[in-house]
Write a new protein. Sequence first.
Length: 151
Amino acid sequence: MDTLNRILSKLGINRDAGGRSPLAVFVLDDDVRRHEWFQKRFPNDILHVAETAHEGIEMLSREYYDAIFLDHDLLPEHYHATESDDERTGYAVALWLAENSQYQMSATITVHTRNADGAMRMVELMRGAGRQADYVPFPLLTQRIKQHWQR
C-alpha cells in the first residue's frame, strides 16, 4: 500500500491539505521514544523504522525514501564504548550506502546521533562516496525538520 500511495502522490492525486505530497521517511534508531518522536514530526508521511543495521540495509535495498535519518549507537553498550563496533552501528548502514550508490540516490541523508565522532565518520564516508549527508545532533533535529520538510 505504501508504494501505491507514493505513486499517487508523485502523480499529484493524493495530496494532503498541507500542500506537499507525503514523504517516504526511513529512520534507523534503537530507541522506541525516538520512533514516537519521528512519528510526531512526520504525522502524514510514510515512516519506516529499523532498529538494527541489518534490518536497515534490507529496508533501504527494497524501498525508496525521500529522507533517511541514521543513528550511530544502536545498542546500549555502544553509548559509551571506547572501541568501534562498525558492523552493528549506523556506520554499517553508512558504509552500505557509500558502496551502493544506485540505491537512495536522491534521498536526503541526515545523521542524528549524539555521538559526534561516530557521526562524522559516517558523514565523511558517505561524502567521500559522492553522497550528500549531514550531521545534525539530535537536540537540533526539530529545527532541521521544520526547515526542510515543513507542511
